[in-house]
Design a protein around this ligand. Sequence first.
Ligand code: GDP
Length: 692
Amino acid sequence: MNGVEALRQEGFGFSSPNHESFPTLTSIRCFHASRETLARRKEDPDRQLSHRELKKQTVKTKGKFSKREKKTDKPPVEAPYVPPRLQRLAKGLAEKTVDVFEGMTLLEFSKRTGESLAVLQSILLNVGETVGSEFDAISIDVAELLAMEIGINVKRQHTTEGSQILPRPPVVTVMGHVDHGKTSLLDALRNTSVAAKEAGGITQHVGAFVVGMPDSGTSITFLDTPGHAAFSEMRARGAAVTDIVVLVVAADDGVMPQTLEAIAHARSANVPIVVAINKCDKPGANPERVKNQLAAEGIELEDIGGNVQVVEVSAMKSTGLDKLEEALLLEAVDMDLKARVEGPAQAYVVEARLDKGRGPLATIIVKAGTLVSGHHVVIGSQWGRLRAIRDMAGKQTDRATPAMPVEIEGLKGLPMAGDDVIVVESEERAKMLSEGRKRKYERDRLLKAEEARVAEAEKKEAESEEGFIRVELPIIVKSDVQGTAQAVADALRTLNSPQVFVNIVHSGVGAVSHSDLERAQACGACIVAFNVKGGGSGNLSAAQASVKVFHHRVIYHLLEDIGKLIVEKAPGVSELEVAGEAEVLSIFKVLGKRRSEEDGVSIAGCKVMDGRVCRSGMMRLLRSGEVLFEGSCASLKREKQDVEQVGKGNECGLVMGEWNDFRVGDVIQCMEAVIRKPKFVSSESGAVRIEC
Ligand code: GDP
């Protein structure tokens, strides 16, 4: 097996599991054309996309392992380009990603990153690594550390050469519209799991579970991701780990907005769909209608000659589940899912939480290799030694193989959902990498913050030109698990509007603590506690600290509450509104005291037909529906008395700025400035937004 084949087997970079779609080296070598020809071809809208472009499109849509280096059309240079120091902080460089692998030489690394050998060697000395010649091999961890120090992202490439590649179980995510039965289906599927039965059912939510098929010895791993639209970020993260999406559609309801959203998620992640038409036990169930609707959405169902499998199920009656499992296994066979089983593990964090007794815990899904108890790991910027590995039933095990969800214990800090897990050889390495990553993340964070600050300043400038100032709503998010905290924060950010800036100042796991209250008080933030217990004493101190704490378990209710708060806080936009209308019934002329005022002043004798006419309002004169004049009101009298306003049905005398040419039948509108607040809008699908 060559190196490229090895990477493909590992699933890096190429989203299509189909071997045929992988370009051979020959096809790359034969690609000769002048720049001009290529440019002409690119401008032709009807031309067929080239193999390489097609691949690029697919690669773009895949998860983080598919990110590719941007190719420039500059010719390759022999000597490494050394950028000036200052440019290292530039935005573009922070986004640069290079591939690193075990055993690459320092020279190779220098060429890939464009950093000089001298700088790299001095970094190695600083971190206490021995520095040999530029032709010496460096470990993948050292390569990553070097990259972190010079501010470059890495993609760790593991070779599968010499290792056994075996079929692995598929990882499945259930998606669909709210109330179509995703949770019920997951519960029903979980109950079919042998391990769950042995454990007497699962009491603890760990973010994933495995259903084993004792007859065939195969299994399926299901991700337990939440089903609300506001959690789309988590779904997107799920899709990056996901091999197959089960699209749940209720047979009595059909295709709904979140069904379409789920289809879009699966499509953009390039993940195949298996449709589960649920609630088929209901009298109003109409699976055929659902199939027609899906076909209309471009889902090529097997029934009509396509390759998307459809299964009719009832989560409530637990019928059709075996067929669904069969369909998923069939899909997995078609996809030829394989992974390296031996060697150091690579995995993803699905969920992380803090346990009082056991410290930080993370549910992870192994992607390749075997995770062994006692190993040192680096997860995101955290590290630890695997003190215990537990399977989904809470049973301690000493190893985890591909597609297996396990809960790991022994981490020094809480990782984030979606972080990758890598195994390193020693505690020193783990500490070194975690510190390097922390430094890099902090630098990236500062860069991003600076970019956001500049963008915000520009926005504010534009807004003040528009006539209103944007106010800030600082929020602290607390949740039971890290993934949910992230998703809640993202959902809250969707409520950002031109008038109110939702600023998530902190998000964390666990109950609302004293320090959260202090932090909230210090920055005038409110606290959002999602799915965490709200203690009586906590509420009391919250009241003392005059901090608003929103406790919720349903994301929609939370968004509704915060939406109302945003509307309350919004400064609103000043707008002119018609406060009343008067009709001119007669005209009086009063001659001016001085001779120069030859024409005198015209007074319109009016009757207020609607609303009220105010002295302070702005007047608009309309004749046959056309606006002839706009100006302030110079005088408003009722029965010779100056008045501030005249209500509907009453008569009055009105003098309007410079306008003297009234005619009977003219309409005078009184305009008043009102502050229009934004509105909180929610749709039936559960989607919410702030409308300004
Ligand atoms: P989710 O919002 O998609 O997770 O939907 P749930 O699993 O919470 O289910 C929504 C409602 O549909 C609940 O009242 C369930 O009892 C009901 N439900 C789910 N599956 C079925 C089914 O197969 N048949 C029937 N009759 N009701 C179901």
